[in-house]
Design a protein around this ligand. Structure first.
Ligand code: ZN
Ligand code: ZN
Length: 300
């Protein structure tokens, strides 16, 4: 087969054309978000220096990877269609027959409740934390950090959320007002908009609220896990607030300066955790205090 035939075949391969279309959509949505968030950041007195950092470019790469549908094509589509066919009996559509507005609100409440506990697991399990560290290694939080997730972390969290979401029934995102509120809340929570949004922050995750989740200050470790709603953190005692936002973000002992390192370092962390676990178990009788080691999940 000639090079020309190969390139023609690739150009006409439907999944690749879908990804190319997804890239264009990701670009269009990204540009809109960039300008909206940038204006809100300026208006609220927030910083915009993050857009001149290398970390922002890393997050832009993740933005295209996830929003173009490439991750879906490579990892998720086949696996979830297999899982869906095996677990078809779980399609109970619990909220499916309700009024669209009631269905939307119930769906969000239940799905976000699951997300909260999945996020707690991402911090509590050393295995999952090693990959979740990619999200937390960002020192220059920006709106695109919302999609900065290692593919393994993304795969695990989506798999854990799959069964509850399947049981609930189809997502109600076809209801435009709800969709827009969700998109706004999710895509601004890593921005530098400095407004506190008053009483709304008791219900929704605001950029102010989520910024403490990324703080390097040990007093903020393992706090503010909420994805869309902050009510779970208030309910389960993991909410934190302060008069000033954290001065630094990221991880003290894990650095990911390049895009490649955001992918590779989690595997090194995993090996490090395994080495520690085996040396701890062989020294278990003598071990009294196990020091906090590089990259260990912050325990607040
Ligand atoms: Zn986290
Ligand atoms: Zn985050």
């Amino acid at each position: 087969m000639s090079l020309r035939q190969i390139s023609d075949a690739l150009l006409h391969w439907a999944p690749l054309r879908n990804v190319a279309g997804g890239c264009l959509r990701a670009l269009a949505v990204g540009i809109v978000f960039y300008f909206v968030v940038y204006l809100l950041e300026r208006a609220s007195g927030g910083t915009t220096q993050q857009y001149r950092s290398r970390g922002f470019l890393q997050d832009v790469a993740y933005w295209f990877y996830y929003r173009s549908g490439l991750n879906q094509l490579l990892f998720m589509a086949a696996f979830f269609s297999f899982l869906g066919s095996r677990l078809a009996f779980l399609q109970l559509r619990i909220v499916g027959s309700l009024h669209p507005i009631v269905r939307g609100i119930l769906w969000i409440l239940l799905a976000d409740f699951c997300s909260y506990w999945v996020h707690r697991l991402q911090h509590a399990s050393r295995f999952v934390w090693a990959f979740h560290a990619t999200h937390h290694a960002q020192e220059q939080l920006n709106f695109a950090t919302t999609v900065r997730f290692h593919p393994v972390d993304h795969f695990i969290s989506d798999t854990l959320k799959f069964v509850p979401q399947m049981t609930l029934g189809a997502s109600p995102m076809s209801w435009l007002p709800l969709y827009l509120v969700m998109e706004f809340v999710l895509n601004t929570q890593h921005s530098r908009i400095k407004w506190r949004f008053g009483v709304l922050s008791r219900v929704f995750v605001t950029p102010w609220f989520h910024s403490f989740h990324h703080s390097t200050d040990p007093r903020h470790y393992n706090k503010n896990f909420g994805g869309l709603l902050s009510i779970w953190d208030h309910m389960f005692g993991t909410a934190v607030d302060a008069p000033e936002q954290p001065s630094e973000y990221g991880l003290e002992d894990v650095k990911m300066p390049t895009l490649v390192s955001t992918f590779v370092v989690p595997f090194r962390l995993l090996r490090q955790f395994n080495d520690q676990a085996s040396s701890n178990s062989s020294n278990a009788r003598n071990a009294i205090v196990i020091p906090r080691s590089a990259g260990e999940p912050p325990r607040g």
